[in-house]
Design a protein around this ligand. Structure first.
Ligand SMILES: Cc1cn([C@H]2C[C@H](O)[C@@H](COP(=O)(O)OP(=O)(O)O[C@H]3O[C@@H](C)C(=O)[C@@H](O)[C@H]3O)O2)c(=O)[nH]c1=O
Length: 181
């Protein structure tokens, strides 16, 4: 497994070794001892899978404490542009984001720690799969609008398909001003 630490502390890309033979291929998609050796959380309690047609954008999502989630994300078929925004209040990279081109053919994954808003856009019809360190809790759901003018994320696509719920998300500025009041 190749491990790439991004410019944002704790945000990591993992690329597995793929073994190919006449039957097809094999790779390890999760290895607990490796996570322990990297100092990453290794206890995942929920696995999720979604399918998105090309052009769908999901995000930017997070859950608030005490239901904050770390996520190990990857694509099973297709390709997505995955985005993680650092919203950890004490982080020197607060408000910065990282982009991952997740591709089923590479099997590459991103580990997104607690305290990040996360989203992706499907560049092809894609099955997205992820492990979470905490369970789903509707009341703890939070998020930031995908086209937040301050974050100014380059999604690489015009007019994505966005759910009504996600279209109603607030900007980071609005969320932060509400938190202060
Ligand atoms: C996320 C989630 C949703 N649901 C339900 C709620 C809803 O009726 C339906 C669809 O939910 P959503 O529209 O929120 O699904 P989706 O937009 O795919 O939400 C996901 O987006 C990506 C970007 C993330 O980072 C994830 O953590 C998660 O928030 O599934 C669960 O039952 N359990 C879950 O863990």
């Amino acid at each position: 497994m190749q491990v790439h630490q991004t410019a944002i502390e704790g945000l990591i890309e993992l690329t597995p070794r793929i073994f190919e033979d006449e039957r097809g291929h094999f790779f390890e998609s999760y290895n607990k001892p490796l996570f322990i050796s990297l100092g990453l959380p290794m206890e995942f309690v929920q696995d999720n899978q979604s399918f998105s047609v090309k052009g769908v954008l999901r995000g930017l999502h997070m859950q608030n404490s005490p239901f904050a989630q770390g996520k190990l994300v990857r694509v099973i078929t297709g390709q997505v542009l995955d985005i993680a925004v650092d919203l950890r209040p004490d982080s020197p990279t607060f408000g910065q984001y990282e982009t991952f081109l997740l591709d089923a053919k590479l099997g590459n994954m991103a580990y997104i720690p607690e305290g990040f808003a996360h989203g992706f856009v499907a560049l092809e019809d894609s099955v997205f799969s992820y492990k979470c360190t905490n369970v789903y809790n509707k009341a703890s759901e939070s998020g930031i609008i995908w086209n937040d003018p301050d974050l100014n994320i380059n999604w690489g696509i015009n007019d994505p398909i966005v759910s009504e719920k996600d279209q109603e998300l607030k900007t980071l500025r609005e969320v932060m001003s509400q938190a202060v009041v």
